[in-house]
Design a protein around this ligand. Sequence first.
Ligand SMILES: C[S@@+](CC[C@H](N)C(=O)[O-])C[C@H]1O[C@@H](n2cnc3c(N)ncnc32)[C@H](O)[C@@H]1O
Length: 382
Amino acid sequence: MLRPVIQPVHEIAAEVIRQTGKDKPADAALREVLKSLRDLAPYDATEVAKTVFIYYRWHVWLREERGVEAKMRLALRLNQRFQSDESSMPFSELRAKAVPAWAAEVMAVGDEWLCSLQREPKLWLRAKRETVGQLAEKLLGAEVSPRLPEALLYRGEEDLFKTPEFHAGEFEIQDIASQMVGQLCNPQPGETWWDTCAGEGGKTLHLSDLMQNKGMLWASDRAEWRLAKLKRRAGRAKVFNYRSAAWDGGKKLPTKTKFDGVLVDAPCSGIGTWQRNPQARWTTTTNDVSELSAIQKNLLANVALSVKPGGKLIFSVCTLTRAESTEVVEAFNASHPDFEPLIFPDIKLNERTVAGASSLTLWPQDLEGNGMFIAGWRRKKV
Ligand SMILES: C[S@@+](CC[C@H](N)C(=O)[O-])C[C@H]1O[C@@H](n2cnc3c(N)ncnc32)[C@H](O)[C@@H]1O
């Protein structure tokens, strides 16, 4: 049978860009267009996605060009030049064009960060603890990270969702910075944990693996459709020690249980994902930052009493603004004298080692992953 004629990658990418707008983010438009092109080879689908994201990474540089195709060609040229020689792009230009001007008002905007935003993001997998070595041998192009025990950098070209290893629940696609959150929670087998903003369960599954599927793990979210996706993922990963419950983030908690550990992986402005999700640089606003900061403070205050005396409370956000990181920690400290900072173990990053910290800002350049802020407390024993 003849294969249907498929449009060239760049034509499809241009169509995705045309469909992207205020009400439809680039990743949603991409999903829709790719879904309508079922015969597109996985390699070509990846190329379409890469092209769309390159376009938004170089968005401001393209303003003078007319038409989506011409803009896309310029974006690809700029990208190629930058990937082969980063010094070809002056920092002054990155400062003026890579992020919106308001970013410097709400966070530290350094040259290293700006440079990292223009690189192509890495694809990270999280393997099950017991089979990480075997998986690295089976999956062509997967390499174990020297930074985190279960993190694999994937450079291969296979459609990972179609591999037998994926269907057997041997790995998940999870950014390395998100994996750091699970590591810093460090839950023990037999403990009781609550993943309060579990979403589709990326961190729930990791916590369960670290707990060796023993003990009890509550997963909640206000979006029940996300919890439904978690259920499917948990089935594949053979996670048995969790139960899920809807929770709107308010004072009424889904359970009276007191936990050894509570994780608040809170909704946030997502600036830590601007390398992977560049269109968000041009849709996020300072209003989002202040509204989300208030939500994060509330979530922490509402769950604090569900932590057992001696138990841990962990806060994480994939963003880098002061209002959603240090200010949230300061507000919690001021109103919760019954909690003390939890000292994290020493953490080795690419260029630095962090020792004796109770909060950590991970920049994309630190682990070649998302930017993330993580803080921890221990509830004092009375
Ligand atoms: C950062 S995402 C969670 C990602 C997830 N933990 C993971 O690792 O895959 C934040 C989650 O918080 C949920 N959320 C948003 N606002 C909320 C609120 N006010 N109360 C509770 N959950 C909320 C969202 O539905 C979203 O799933």
